[in-house]
Design a protein around this ligand. Structure first.
Ligand code: SAH
Ligand code: SF4
Length: 470
């Protein structure tokens, strides 16, 4: 979501004459768009600010001026503490106020606010209504924020405090933004939200405008929204992240079974396999509830691959709780996963629990867990060898004449090919599997046109990890 927000900040700043650059040295403005989810992330902000101070001084010595800004959730959480601790910072603004950047930059340049400009409101107006319609799209895969904030209050998590209450954008606005992204070259769109499947945005008024529809629901869930977006010509793939198990409703599960543009891959964080810990985390589901959701997803879409987030060393986690987590991982089988040591966050209920776990125990559990998850990822990648997969070619690879793309299951796939194939979905025979990527050969010039349909029949033989034919 920070990547999406950064792109939108560039869009807002473009009319003021600012352009993105790869070179922070000598830039007129540097914005650190920050994350507050774990302690390490916010520590990094302050060490980075130390480094940037030097650059700012060099720019001043050359007679120029560099605006140094901190955005995102660290800005939201720390507020004027940043201006106090790092006086080289000119501007601090949160994730819900970046549409006000033109005004904030003007105030900064006029030096109206001695000691720095601060805007960490949760404004009544939605930033989405104020953001410009044109967006800079780079590459074939784009992000689109559809939902923000969270009302779930897991006891370890800062998101409800930094991103605020749950909010869903109207379906018609999302559709219009998706159309613009596709017109600008996107072939895949990943819908974003802190709790993306809690989406409940206003339905388009054309559909529910008439009196006859008065009884019909005027909000849509994520399943309905995905079907609507799948109608966009030229859009070939849809993904969404991050989902909460409690919001995997029947309609959303069904979409995985019958909408070929929705990719057979789902990031569905579970955090722990222990019911006792899940309860202490306020996740409001059990490990078996999660297993049942996975079963239903696999009934709807047998080839679906899963990914998850895990936290080890949550306060009070015993050896037997950790063993339950390992058992859940073994039962489900993941294509990839993210795992973290529990990090106490200021102001969250879990921080106040007395039985905090030793760092050494956390490290040991993390290593055990990651070994199991890596073995599963390697096995999943190995099972792709010999298969033909549809791969969206996204960028140049590490070597000359090499491109890199994504399989339906989010695996990075490297092929020898020329740049003509960038932005296309091509059929690739997978020949080699690595721990975190695949290598293969493009199958005889087969490519998909704008409609996303292969122009020649492929010679694949099907199999459990194939993308559903479109
Ligand atoms: N809304 C998503 C998660 C968003 S936060 C969900 O409910 O699953 C992304 C991930 O960061 C979480 O899934 C969790 O695994 C991790 N995380 C969040 N807070 C954390 C903390 N205090 N310590 C360690 N990991 C944390
Ligand atoms: Fe944080 Fe996700 Fe829980 Fe919301 S549902 S509080 S974002 S972990």
């Amino acid at each position: 979501m920070n990547v999406y927000d950064s792109t939108r900040m560039s869009d807002v700043l473009a009319p003021l004459g600012y352009l993105p650059t790869d070179q922070p040295d000598g830039a007129d403005m540097i914005i650190l768009n920050t994350c507050h989810i774990r302690e390490k992330a916010s520590e990094k902000v302050f060490s980075e600010l130390g480094r940037l101070k030097q650059m700012k001084l060099e720019k001043s010595a050359d007679g120029g001026r560099m605006i140094l800004a901190v955005a995102g959730c660290v800005a939201q959480a720390e507020g004027d503490e940043i201006l106090r601790r790092a006086p080289q910072v000119d501007l601090v603004f949160g994730p819900q106020t970046y549409h006000r950047l033109p005004e904030l930059v003007t105030r900064t340049l006029r030096d109206e606010d001695a000691g720095g400009v601060l805007d960490i409101d949760f404004p009544l107006e939605s930033k989405f209504d104020a953001l410009p319609d044109d967006s800079v799209v780079e590459g074939a895969s784009a992000f689109l924020s559809i939902q923000e904030g969270c009302d779930k209050f897991c006891t370890f998590c800062v998101v409800p405090y930094t991103r605020g209450a749950e909010f869903s954008r109207p379906a018609a606005d999302i559709f219009a933004e998706a159309q613009r992204l596709v017109a600008a070259g996107a072939r895949e769109i990943t819908l974003l939200g802190q709790n993306v499947n809690a989406y409940h945005g206003d339905a388009p008024s054309l559909v529910f405008g008439g009196a006859a529809d008065a009884a019909a629901s005027s909000t849509w869930g994520l399943g309905r929204l995905l079907r609507y977006l799948a109608e966009i010509d030229g859009l070939e793939r849809l993904r969404y992240t991050t989902s909460h198990p409690r919001d995997m409703d029947d309609e959303l599960i069904a979409v995985h079974g019958d909408e070929p543009k929705v990719m057979p891959y789902l990031h569905l964080p579970v955090q722990s396999g222990s019911d006792r810990i899940l309860e202490a985390m306020n996740r409001r589901h059990t490990a078996d509830d999660y297993r049942r959701i996975v079963d239903r997803l696999r009934d709807a879409c047998p080839q679906i691959a899963l990914s998850s987030d895990f936290i080890v060393g949550f306060p009070g986690e015993r050896d037997e709780d950790f063993a339950d987590t390992l058992r859940l991982i073994t039962d489900v089988g993941y294509a990839q996963a993210y795992s973290f040591k529990y990090s106490p966050r200021p102001g969250t209920p879990a921080e106040a629990i007395e039985q905090q776990i030793d760092e050494a125990v956390k490290s040991e559990r993390l290593e055990t867990l990651q070994n199991l998850l890596s073995a599963q990822q390697i096995a999943f990648n190995q099972s792709a060898v010999g298969q033909t997969m549809r791969v969206l070619m996204e960028k140049a690879g590490r070597r000359d004449h090499q491109l890199s793309g994504r399989s339906p299951f989010m695996q990075s796939v490297f092929v020898e090919a020329n740049g003509r194939l960038l932005g296309k979905v091509v059929e690739v025979r997978i020949e080699k599997a690595h721990a975190r990527s695949l290598e293969g050969t493009v199958v005889t010039g087969t490519y998909s046109g704008v409609a996303g349909v292969a122009t020649q029949p492929s010679n694949h033989s099907g199999g459990p990890s194939m993308e559903a034919a479109s």
